[in-house]
Design a protein around this ligand. Structure first.
Ligand code: PAF
Length: 318
């Protein structure tokens, strides 16, 4: 939306930063609601123009649909947002924060739903900590082309305020629920982010290294066991960090996600296949660093980080 356009008084402005698979999927899910004024923010002008013209195209199990979502590379063209959702790769979080600065006012909620550890801390350094929210989603999406996504399954969003800004977390949950999304509020964001990173540590590097879909990890007894060992290692590191895991069986949870997203290519496998840099540094790499800081051991996470980095270099990106 143009800065000079005034949104309908009861409409809410949502800006999604990063038109990757998850960014486009959520832009479509939110953008089809008439009471939400949704725009995508990219850093590439050519890609933004294409998405702006063609819309976001979602190949869903029930059929393909297109949602017209304004997309721009110039944040100055957009109005101040009620909610900004950061969906860039973890290594681009700081750049994303800088880029979306013009649409973040004092009342704006800035929510990261990215993979990996450390994203909300970067946002807290850039914006007021009270306006930063963090969460997870395990929805499966594959980027088929610019603005084109195959939707594998829509899962619940879990979010909260890392510093306990309950009012902002509540109003953001309500906003997302108003778009018919399943959303849960959590009082312990770090525990949720560790649950998600545990899943990503166990699935993403192994699928990227073996070029298998998530469900195929369960078909090999050796890979299934290795994924379980990685999950247990992350669980132990989390305990050393002070994460409250609650009722959480690491092996079972990984297997459940592999089954639920069986036909999905993990985001890391998609990155490897597309010759892109992966987020391994923020997944197994971040867990290995946390282990070092807290006197725990994470040899599997260390090893997987080195292997994926080596694979990326061998494929010509880095
Ligand atoms: O990164 C991913 O691909 C996803 O977080 C997950 C849950 C592993 C499903 O593919």
């Amino acid at each position: 939306m143009n800065r000079n356009d005034s949104p309908q008084s009861d409409s809410r402005n949502v800006i999604i930063v990063g038109p990757g698979a998850m960014g486009c999927l959520h832009a479509a899910l939110l953008g089809r609601m008439p009471h939400l004024d949704v725009a995508l923010l990219d850093y590439r002008t050519d890609r933004a123009e294409l998405i702006n013209e063609q819309g976001v195209i979602i190949e869903a199990p029930a059929g393909t649909y297109t949602v017209s979502v304004p997309c721009t590379a110039d944040a100055q063209e957009l109005s101040t947002a009620d909610l900004v959702i950061i969906f860039t790769k973890a290594y681009d979080t700081l750049a994303a924060a800088e880029h979306c600065g013009p649409v973040v006012g004092p009342e704006t909620a800035v929510l990261t739903l990215q993979n990996g550890l450390g994203n909300y801390q970067v946002l807290q350094q850039h914006f007021a900590a009270e306006q930063v929210l963090a969460g997870t989603t395990a929805s499966g999406a594959t980027l088929l082309g610019v603005g084109q996504v195959r939707q594998a399954g829509i899962s619940k969003i879990v979010l909260g305020s890392p510093i306990g800004n309950q009012a902002l977390a509540d109003s953001t949950v309500e906003l997302l629920k108003s778009a018919d999304l399943e959303v849960e509020l959590t009082a312990d964001v770090d525990a949720r982010l560790w649950r998600k990173v545990l899943i990503n540590c166990a699935i993403n590097p192994l699928t990227a290294l073996t070029r298998r879909r998530n469900g195929e990890l369960l078909e090999s007894a050796a890979l299934r066991d290795l994924a379980g060992q990685v999950a247990e290692e992350v669980y132990r590191v989390g305990q050393a960090v002070g994460i409250d895991w609650g009722e959480f069986d690491p092996r079972r949870e990984v297997e459940k996600v592999c089954q639920a997203t069986a036909t999905n290519q993990s985001s890391m496998l998609q990155d490897i296949l597309a010759g892109r840099r992966t987020e391994v540094e923020y997944i197994t790499g971040a867990v290995a660093n946390a282990a070092e800081r807290h006197g725990a051991a994470a040899p599997l996470c260390q090893c997987l980080t080195a292997l994926v980095e080596g694979l990326t270099e061998a494929e010509g990106e880095g």
